[in-house]
Write a protein that binds this ligand. Structure first.
Ligand code: CA
Ligand code: CA
Ligand code: CA
Ligand code: CA
Length: 474
């Protein structure tokens, strides 16, 4: 698949699922310059704050609402290597190497005029303090990277190192919330459940097989670094928590954001989007993309799928008030805006299109038996908008629709379906007002997943068609 990405990159275009489009929201031009963007945060008025590695914070706005920023204000400068920003209670919080700075714009001119270091003395070394997020509890959560890789001559691990810390919005009561994260770049709270998710990057050693991780963060959780990684890799894994998804080794899993708004198709709601920066080896097949993660439901595994390819080095992302996804490409020094313009379910990449699995309960039946089927809707998170239909295909192409189609109520649901086979003919109702006799013989059984209210017979309404067969004995 990477040749698609390479071709797209050569044209300066992103490769997206059908129904999506991307435009350049901002890059250096007459309005000002953008250099090595690291982090994004929207304010309530649609202004986009952008942190730069060089220590500036920019405020971009799209005053004529055409999807491209036309105004740049330098909100702040002089921070040291900023890799995380967040807005809370009218203030902008920014990471600066070893500290957290709180900035306010008191006079509303778009430039910070009040500045306070609220946390300082954080450990730095190979990595530093990165992403910032505020929880439903109003407290500040902050990623602190490790000072070493974990594979080199071991440094003493300092108390706040390789952790997620928590503090009040004033920087007081600083404490370790979770530990064992080698280099957490970003973190985000689930908009509904309030659960905290964070990325973590495995060690840099080539061919070590150490994956990048998405972790569900719980209080006092230990996520394994330096000895344990992935799902039980390394050593000393006892008592540590595995990731809920592993991501491509050395791809550098960085910014993450939950989808918000209603612009993206229903199947994308409350999915996590993660920017994979790319390998520091320069291998073009690693990372350089945004992936979409569907969080696991009970007993399932998280599903990871490519969403957007063709970046240089995507680093952070955020959903805007317009429901578009904004991606800061550190390498291309560009902020992209990705929007959904297609209709219905067209935006679903093939791997995530709704599908139906059909299993016949038995290979043979006699008249009067109960035909048992199992149907499973996959990837159909818009399940409430979909109806399954089951039909028996007769010789000559007529078909019998089995009665009482039911709706799926959630993703991955398995529904058993039972229908009494007619004891005599011609008792069954056939579509198009025909009637038919079920002679002994082999029948095809077809299940169709269609949009609610749409005619399932029309191919344009069929999102998934599955077949199996059974034999009706004399
Ligand atoms: Ca504009
Ligand atoms: Ca000001
Ligand atoms: Ca881990
Ligand atoms: Ca972020």
């Amino acid at each position: 698949m990477w040749w698609v990405a390479a071709a797209a990159a050569a044209q300066g275009q992103l490769h997206l699922p059908p129904g999506f489009t991307a435009n350049v929201y901002f890059r250096s031009g007459p309005a000002g310059s953008l250099r090595r963007p690291t982090s994004l945060a929207f304010d309530g008025a649609g202004g986009l704050y952008v942190g730069e590695l060089g220590g500036r914070i920019l405020l971009l706005s799209d005053d004529d609402a055409d999807g491209e920023a036309d105004r740049l204000i330098e909100f702040a400068s002089g921070l040291g290597s900023s890799t995380g920003i967040a807005l809370h209670d009218g203030a902008l919080y920014a990471s600066s190497r070893g500290s957290v700075v709180r900035l306010r714009d008191r006079d509303g001119d778009g430039r910070a005029d009040e500045r306070q270091v609220i946390i300082s003395g954080l450990p730095t070394g190979r990595h530093q303090n990165n992403g910032i997020a505020f929880g439903p509890d109003g407290l500040l959560y902050h990623c602190i990277g490790s000072r070493s890789d974990g594979s080199e001559a071991r440094l003493e691990v300092l108390p706040l190192e390789a952790s997620i810390v928590r503090a009040t919005p004033h920087g007081e009561e600083l404490e370790v919330f979770a530990s064992g994260l080698r280099n957490c770049y970003d973190l985000a709270f689930h908009p509904v459940s309030g659960e905290l998710y964070a990325t973590d990057n495995g060690r840099d050693v080539p061919d070590s097989g150490v994956p990048e991780e998405l972790n569900l963060i719980v209080a006092e959780g230990d996520y394994g670094w330096p000895d344990c990684w992935g799902n039980g890799g390394g050593s000393t894994c006892s008592g540590t928590l595995p990731p809920i998804a592993t991501l491509q080794a050395h791809s550098s899993a960085d910014g993450l954001a939950f989808s918000s708004g209603t612009q993206f198709p229903a199947a994308y709601r409350t999915n996590l989007f993660v920017a994979l920066f790319g390998a520091n080896s320069g291998d073009p097949t690693i990372g350089k993309r945004v992936v979409r993660i569907r969080l696991p439901e009970a007993g399932e595994e998280a599903q990871v799928a490519d969403f957007a390819l063709g970046f240089e080095n995507p680093l952070d992302l955020a959903f805007g008030p317009d429901g578009s996804l904004y991606v800061a490409d550190y390498g291309a020094e560009t902020i992209y805006r990705i929007s959904f313009v297609g209709g219905g379910e067209e935006g679903l990449p093939p791997s995530l299109a709704p599908s139906l699995r059909l299993r016949a309960g038995a290979p043979t039946y006699r008249r009067g038996d109960t035909l048992a089927l199992e149907l499973e809707a996959e990837n159909a998170s818009a399940a409430s908008a979909l109806d399954p239909y089951v039909a028996i295909i007769l010789p000559g192409g007529q078909f019998v629709t089995l009665p009482a189609p039911f709706a799926f109520s959630r993703l991955g649901e398995v529904r058993r379906y039972e229908a009494a086979l007619p004891t005599s003919s011609p008792e069954v109702i056939v579509r198009f007002s025909a009637s038919a006799t079920l002679e002994a013989g082999e029948y095809r059984l077809v299940a169709v997943l269609a949009r609610r209210g749409a005619d399932p017979v029309k191919s344009e309404n069929q999102l998934s068609v599955e077949q199996t067969s059974f034999t009706l004995l004399p």
